[in-house]
Design a protein around this ligand. Sequence first.
Ligand code: SF4
Length: 230
Amino acid sequence: NDLARLDAELVDCRACPRLVEWRERVALEKRAAYRNETYWGRPVPGFGPPDAAMLIVGLAPAAHGGNRTGRMFTGDRSGDFLYAALHAVGLASQPTATHIGDGLELFGTRVTAPVHCAPPDNKPTPVERQTCRRWLDAELKILQPRLRSVIVLGGFGWQALLPVLEDAGWVVPRPRPKFGHGAHVELTGRTGPLHLFGCYHVSQQNTFTGRLTPAMLESVLSDAARAAGL
Ligand code: SF4
């Protein structure tokens, strides 16, 4: 399918010199706990079915998470938090995500990021966000006919996504809606309405401090799933 073709192209991308250098260096140096593993060290594609009605947009893969395992939010604490919540609301086949081939399946939901390579300090530059945008544009176009809701985890993803939605034909109000946890905006578009939800990112800064609790995340996931007809 088109999405599989897109993902196959994406994994060969080397458009951002700083990120290519970083993702490959991390993959060679490794974290002690994973020294016997072969890191992925390449762009990490979105994960989930091509006919997803709901999309979750994060920030970028983690150095020892997605950059190690090759799958979004897989093999790190952020992912443990996200997939446990997805499982709790019936959108994932299991609460854990450890490696490709672990049996995890998402139902009607896809997880992606506006930047597909792990950045130093989890901070991509605006230029890198802009460079990677072509992949999000293309992914959105493929998902568009069935897409009914999007959850954006954090302000970076929100900033990145709004122009992409606009270019894909959804009407984004002016001034542009602000990111916040619990933000909910309904956009109109030629393929039907799209419900956009804001949620704090599942990073450890938020989940360890209780700024984002499992109940808060599950509540946004349930609302967005309902809006998507899942
Ligand atoms: Fe390519 Fe995106 Fe990775 Fe940059 S961040 S190298 S555009 S996949």
